[in-house]
Design a protein around this ligand. Sequence first.
Ligand code: NAI
Length: 250
Amino acid sequence: MPFDLTGKTALVTGASSGLGRHFANVLARSGCAVAIAGRRRERLEGLQRDLEALGARCVPVTLDVTVASTLAKAVDEAEARVGPIHILVNNAGMNIQGRAIDMDPSGLDQILDTNLRAPFLLATEIARRMISRGEGGRIINVASIGAFRVLAGLSAYCMSKAGVAMMTQCLAREWARYGINVNAICPGYIATELNQDWFESEAGKAQIKGFPRRQLMREQDLDEVLLLLASDSSAAVTGALFSVDDGQSL
Ligand code: NAI
């Protein structure tokens, strides 16, 4: 691993699958202690066993990020078990595919609550603690290429991710003086539970053929950017929106 995070502590949301699970693994392999947050306790405990087998310190934290009243308690629990959080990875996210005219208010609320409101509330919860400790920190938001361009059938998702991109810049500006760096990774398409059904469909396969490299990305394509943003090497990088999309947006 190109970056050494020994002595650092991270909280990763949505860690029971996909990118969140992968990010927790990458951070742990770089020496970071990791609090893995999500709703599916059994999966978190399975990941905990895997990471502990690597010699990492790891604690599962059961958390639904949309329940605002539980966020502080979850961070308390994580910090009590692995120590003060230096790195937050706001990864939990969801989508509902379909036409905007078919979206009902509860679906819209669910997307915005999960993808935009929760990362804001968690970032502010963690930042207050970082500010009071005076040691700075790193907040990494997982946005999407949908923050910058229309992904057909994913209007509310793109709206939420565009919000995450602007939130990243607003918080980076506000917290720069405290040494808290806030950045976003904006990935292209990677096969996960979020989009598995779509990319197994004929229309999804046709979409892949339209990408410049005719392929989906791999989870590991994000590793170096994640580690750079988590590490002390990115001291002067804040408010940046990193598209890592294998050219899919071109
Ligand atoms: P995923 O579905 O495997 O992971 C999302 C995780 O968030 C799941 O573990 C899910 O249970 C969790 N989650 C959803 N709502 C939650 C809630 N209320 N409380 C706690 N956890 C919750 O999908 P994937 O792809 O790993 O997604 C991770 C992030 O990456 C998301 O923010 C997604 O928007 C983003 N992303 C994914 C891309 C892809 O192609 N897979 C591309 C660009 C961004």
